[in-house]
Design a protein around this ligand. Structure first.
Ligand code: HPA
Ligand code: ZN
Length: 325
């Protein structure tokens, strides 16, 4: 079975990573102090002890309030810079990073400061061998109107953003709610992805909507297609990437879903392995490959396939893909 050194040494792309999910406890405390934000914890141990969740909803209830410590352009830069250094150490050469502007603009943080700080860190990452891009995520538990306004606010920064996604609480917030916003995003030239979270109510119908009605270029999680052979075949035939997150799965469902992920991989679906919210789930990308490989008994060749899939499912040009593969 492949070693950690082997996994970290493989060039990889990371395609499902929330920048706000990389907020480590020590940085949270530093930013709270720097910005004079009162938070309920004062030590790393206390912050870690507050990370109690066993479902997507209970995770999100911890995750969103923590973002209050992010205020200035420099805060967003510091957060992304710290993640990108860790990613480089894990062998990540290309990353497409989600960010949630509405979580900040609702608190009065200017959109330009969020994108500005994140983009400054992304551009600098070239100095240590990481090519970094941004994907703007809409919060699906907010209104379609709020998403539409956020999309229009992004237009001046279009050249700094590769695509749009959809995250937060999937329950009662199906893809169809955002059909018009995503159609407009496509018109503006963005690539499209959406979360289809693990074991959600109506998961299969939501996945069908993202493929057939929205016409996404990738699916985040989407592991539940395994229940539906027709969807598996559709995703395989279209070469749609799935961005799976084993360690995250084990927190929100108490199961890594390794059986399902490996079944899809062996069926020829472009499965990729990612860290989702590593500061909260305690594992960056190499740890996710490692956990899956150990749990499912993957061969080194299968781990190499997962790493190749990560570039194939990425949104870089075919020419750039050829350079990595
Ligand atoms: N699903 C939904 N919302 C999220 C996730 C996720 O995996 N990670 C961060 N916000
Ligand atoms: Zn996610």
């Amino acid at each position: 079975s492949p070693t950690r050194e082997f996994i970290a040494g493989l060039p990889k792309a990371e395609l499902h990573l929330h920048l706000e999910g990389t907020l480590e406890p020590d940085l949270k405390l530093t930013l709270a102090q720097r910005n004079g934000i009162e938070i309920p914890q004062s030590t790393v141990e206390e912050v870690e002890a507050s990370y109690q969740f066993d479902s997507l909803a209970s995770f999100l209830a911890v995750y969103y309030p923590a973002m209050d410590v992010l205020v200035t352009e420099q805060d967003f830069y510091d957060l992304a810079h710290a993640y990108l250094l860790r990613a480089a150490a894990d062998g990540v050469r290309h990353v497409e990073m989600f960010f949630d502007p509405q979580a900040h603009t609702v608190r009065g943080v200017p959109f330009a400061d969020v994108v500005g700080g994140y983009h400054r860190a992304a551009a600098e990452a070239a100095d240590f061998g990481v090519d970094a891009e941004l994907i703007l995520c809409f919060l699906r538990d907010h209104s379609a109107e709020s998403a539409a306004a956020t999309l229009e606010a992004s237009a001046p920064f279009k050249d700094l953003i590769l695509g749009v996604g959809l995250d937060s609480d999937e329950r009662d917030n199906p893809p169809a709610k955002f059909a018009a916003v995503f159609a407009r995003a496509r018109e503006l030239g963005y690539l499209l992805t959406m979360h289809c979270d693990i074991d959600q109510v109506g998961s299969i119908e939501n996945i069908r909507q993202v493929i057939e009605d929205i016409g996404v270029d990738r699916i985040d999680h989407g592991t539940n297609i395994v229940e539906n052979p027709e969807l598996v075949e559709l995703v395989r035939a279209r070469g749609l990437g799935l961005t799976c997150c084993p360690v995250s799965n084990s927190f929100v469902t108490s199961d890594m879903k390794s059986t399902e992920i490996v079944e899809l991989l062996r069926a020829g679906v472009k499965v990729t392995i990612n860290s989702d919210d590593p500061a909260y789930f305690g594992g960056y990308v190499a740890a996710n490959y490692m956990a899956l490989a150990e749990h499912a008994g993957l061969s080194s060749a299968e781990v190499v396939t997962l790493a190749k899939n990560s570039f194939e499912a990425s949104w870089i040009t075919d020419e750039d893909k050829a350079a990595y593969l």
